[in-house]
Design a protein around this ligand. Structure first.
Ligand code: SAH
Ligand code: TYD
Ligand code: ZN
Length: 406
């Protein structure tokens, strides 16, 4: 599949295709099966600017709307992580009088809520009205719209410029990266900072966590590609801190050029990226081969369990699982149901492969012999709460390798 790089405009061509994919978070009812939307999920690596991206992405309004299925607050460990993130931003960057913090993609308020709770002037920007409503109910100031340059200008005019713009798992969702960069530049004070943390390309390549690639994740960032993308808007990467969340993320700190000195972490991480070969096409050829091998092993394992008459369920109806299920062709014959705590997903069916989603009570009442851990990024939290299941049932993981957890 061919296209143009969203960062530099060069021609790009995909190095593999995961085939036709539905919207990852569009859990649906049987009456909607016949009008399900599909697009081709094909990642590409830009030889010119090193941006890793999917060639085709559905329109943002098709993914983010008043019926958005992902609520950040479903993980306790993530809530704690965001508390620490907020505390670090506060300690390092909000020491002036009456600071103002803006969050892009604030969802149910899991991160910005920490600033609100401390009485700090704050504003979340969140286009998905249903998740934004949860934040508003908690008294968190939230603007229901997509962040872009115009939005940034209006916020600056109304509230003044920001000391910090924070974000998590959203900047890699926004196809118009120029709008984000221009908007951030417009909204920040000269001494302000823009922090965001997103799934990291280095982890994805090392762990074959190809399930990070789905419609919402238009980019999978690296320090190299982020530096290039934001430099033309006068923003410089001054910090890069690896995070354990979402299977391996990177927190980038950006500042208006000349505003701050780059931390040694930036050069250190660029050296790691050179070592990992993130700028070389062969790396992605190897990644493609690893994805194919992972698919083969997972389907073989599930087919064997089916022959043996084992009962298999899934755990966590994640967006990521949409890529795995559709790429591997895993349906309700292999996985009876997927357990998930999100009320909006329960009683519906997974996108594309139509596996029923059930509340955890169903999983506890009639535990399966095996559970495929689709929310593998929340493994510690889930293993701790499902200790009872682990006594009798077995977990199947597929990152970094496919296998039964012994
Ligand atoms: N920051 C939260 C939510 C991540 S999900 C967390 O880390 O858990 C991504 C969120 O970004 C969704 O709630 C989605 O509605 C929102 N989003 C998507 N595009 C956006 C844009 N252009 N501006 C602001 N938010 C956006
Ligand atoms: P997550 O892996 O955070 O995100 P993504 O959709 O980006 O891949 O999704 C976690 C999903 O797993 C969410 O639907 C809630 C569900 N979940 C459970 O069912 N039980 C749990 O204990 C946790 C932590 C999550
Ligand atoms: Zn490019």
């Amino acid at each position: 599949m061919m296209g143009n790089c969203r960062v530099c405009g060069s021609a790009i061509s995909s190095f593999m295709s995961f085939g036709k994919m539905p919207i990852a978070n569009a859990f649906l009812r049987p009456e909607d099966f016949s009008r399900e939307y599909f697009f081709e999920l094909a990642p590409a690596f830009c030889q010119t600017c090193e941006a890793f991206q999917i060639v085709e992405q559905p329109a943002p309004e098709m993914m983010f709307h008043s019926d958005y299925a992902f609520f950040s607050g479903t993980s306790r460990a993530m809530a704690e992580h965001f508390q620490r993130y907020a505390a670090a931003v506060r300690a390092r960057h909000l020491n002036g009088p009456d600071p103002f913090v803006v969050e892009i993609g604030s969802n149910d308020g899991i991160l910005i809520g920490n600033f609100a709770a401390s009485g700090i002037r704050h504003l979340g920007v969140e286009p998905s009205a249903n998740v934004a409503a949860v934040a508003k109910q908690k008294g968190i100031n939230t603007l229901v719209r997509f962040f872009d340059a115009a939005c940034a200008g209006q916020i600056a005019d109304q509230h003044g410029k920001a000391d910090a713009i924070v974000a998590a798992n959203v900047i890699c969702h926004i196809p118009d990266i120029d709008a984000v960069a221009a908007g951030a530049k417009r909204l920040l004070k000269p001494a302000g900072v823009f922090l965001f943390e997103e799934p990291y390309l280095g982890d994805m390549v090392q762990k074959t966590s190809y399930d990070q690639i789905y419609d919402e994740h238009v980019f999978i960032f690296s320090v190299g590609s982020v530096s290039r993308a934001f430099a033309k808007h006068g923003l410089e990467v001054v910090g890069a801190e690896p995070q354990p969340t979402h299977g391996g993320s990177m927190r980038y700190t950006l500042a208006p050029k000349g505003g701050r000195k780059a931390d040694p972490s930036v050069a250190r991480q660029l050296a790691v990226e050179a070592e990992l070969g993130l700028g070389r096409a062969e790396t992605y050829e190897r990644f493609r081969a690893n994805c194919e091998r992972s698919r083969e092993r997972l389907t073989e394992l599930l087919h064997r369990l089916r022959r043996e008459g084992k009962k298999v369920a899934g755990y966590g109806a994640t967006s990521k699982s949409t890529t795995v299920l559709n790429y591997c062709g895993i349906g309700p014959d292999d996985i009876e149901f997927i357990s998930d705590t999100t009320p909006l997903k329960q009683g519906k069916f997974t996108p594309g492969m139509h596996i029923p989603v059930r509340p955890p009570e169903v999983f506890h009442r009639a535990p399966p012999d095996y559970a495929v851990l689709f929310a593998w990024n929340h493994r510690d939290e889930i293993f701790a709460k499902e200790a009872e299941f682990s006594k009798h049932g077995k977990w199947i993981c597929f990152v970094p390798e496919v296998g039964v957890v012994e």
